[in-house]
Design a protein around this ligand. Structure first.
Ligand SMILES: Cc1cc2nc3c(=O)[nH]c(=O)nc-3n(C[C@H](O)[C@H](O)[C@H](O)COP(=O)(O)OP(=O)(O)OC[C@H]3O[C@@H](n4cnc5c(N)ncnc54)[C@H](O)[C@@H]3O)c2cc1C
Length: 392
């Protein structure tokens, strides 16, 4: 508990969203307590793609140089047909792309992005981290929020932000819309040293190998030292669970019929981590009084747009700026924040599902996809993505 006279802002969750929110709030003059259920505050996982809208927000947080430093900047985003091994389309993300959107497209290790945010929070001296603090309940009396953790710690703050992810307890309490939707799609992820990848497969590009009911994504990470692979397929075998070990045999079965490159890349991995992919239908109301949600807690989406982390950082910046604009009126600020955010994040939730269908198309749908994209120019591709990458 803080000794400060002015109650701080309380955040549940030290993921990318919670940390970005803590930093954005400090930049607006607040003190913050971050309560994280894990004893150690760190991020696991593999690579993420980071669009120009994410860079725009990192700039607003004063972390543009740090983000540039972490990033691999690919030349192209390429869609391949994994059955024929033919290129379907490519989006150059070189200088004309940067000129169009004002910011680059990058490939970043999730742990590196998390560390940059964590270090920046620590450097301010105004964010207190509390590991091993699982938020159990909270009470909003109209003047302040009191939070209790599962081991009995108590915190008081001017507001409480649930950045507690897909399985958010905060959401359960203020929205109460049950469990997330299990999509029936499974992701296997692995990162391997670039030396383990045959030279002909090392490309400075994000390549998505699209197959019937499956796809494989490959890209370089950390200055090209690492190689990131994400294999996704349809399966109703799993109920839930994330970051558990995957079964290579299942992967071989699901990707039977794909081309030699895909088979070779899949064969490079001995140990996969598995995620059961979930999302939710969009909602417009995720705030109650002095309590609100942020990131996956508010609008969990499938990863097909590569935007969940970017949206969490956008939320953080918008939330802090809205609070500032409303002076001390937290409840009004939280209403305004969700009003500004729900259509944009809801569109991402819906578009991500659509992109998933598109990538996994089979039969005539696959032929149609390939035909439609074959004649697309880079300029047309940029305009199609402008709603997203122009940012907030
Ligand atoms: C396969 C895959 C690929 C992806 N690729 C991309 C990509 O390329 N680009 C992109 O932008 N996004 C991507 N995403 C999405 C992105 O990872 C998430 O949207 C983002 O990490 C959400 O951040 P968050 O902080 O909201 O939630 P989380 O990262 O889930 O953090 C929530 C935190 O809250 C803590 N917590 C939970 N409950 C409690 C509690 N009761 N009390 C205290 N703490 C609690 C958790 O321990 C955790 O630290 C991908 C996701 C997946 C699954």
């Amino acid at each position: 508990m803080t000794g400060s006279m002015k109650p701080p802002m309380l955040i549940a969750g030290a993921g990318i969203g919670g940390l970005a929110a803590a930093l954005a709030l400090v930049r607006q003059g607040y003190e913050v307590d971050v309560l994280e259920q894990a004893t150690e505050i760190r991020e696991i996982g593999a690579g993420i793609q980071f669009g120009p809208n994410g860079f725009k927000m990192m700039e607003r947080l004063g972390l543009r140089d740090a983000a540039d430093h972490l990033a691999v900047f690919p030349d192209d985003l390429i869609l391949m047909d994994s059955v024929t091994s033919e290129e379907v389309t490519r989006i150059p993300v070189d200088q004309p792309f940067r000129d169009r959107f004002g910011y680059p497209y990058a490939l970043i290790h999730r742990a590196d992005l998390h560390k940059v945010l964590l270090d920046a929070c620590r450097d301010t001296g105004r964010v207190r981290f509390h590991g091993g603090c699982k938020v159990e309940s909270f009470e909003d009396d109209g003047d302040e929020v009191r939070v209790v953790t599962s081991r009995g710690d108590r915190f008081r703050g001017a507001a409480f932000i649930g950045a507690d992810g897909l399985w958010s307890r905060t959401r359960e309490a203020i929205v109460g819309d049950g469990r997330p939707r299990i999509s029936g799609h499974i992701a296997y992820r692995a990162v391997l040293p670039i030396a383990d990848v045959p030279e002909e497969y090392r490309r400075n590009a994000m390549i998505l190998w699209a197959g019937p009911k499956n796809h494989l994504v490959q890209y370089p990470l950390r200055g090209g030292e690492l190689f990131n692979l994400v294999a996704v397929f349809h399966s109703n075998r799993y109920e839930e669970g994330w970051n558990t070990e995957g079964d290579p045999q299942e992967l071989r079965e699901r990707f039977a019929g794909t081309c030699e490159t895909v088979q070779t890349l899949l064969g490079k991995i001995q140990t996969w981590r598995m995620w059961v992919l979930c999302d939710r239908d969009p909602i417009r109301d995720w705030s109650r009084g002095r309590v609100t949600l942020l990131g996956d807690a508010a609008h969990p989406m499938l990863q097909y747009l590569a935007q969940g982390a970017c949206m969490a950082i956008e939320d953080a910046v918008v939330l802090a700026e809205t609070l500032q604009a409303h002076g001390g009126d937290v409840a009004a600020a939280f209403q305004e924040y969700q009003k500004v955010r729900y259509l944009r994040t809801g569109k991402c939730q819906m578009m991500a599902r659509l992109y998933g269908e598109f990538y996994h198309a089979d039969g005539v749908k696959r032929d149609l996809r390939n035909q439609m994209l074959a004649s697309r120019t880079p300029a047309q591709a940029y305009e199609g993505l402008a709603w997203l990458y122009d940012g907030v």
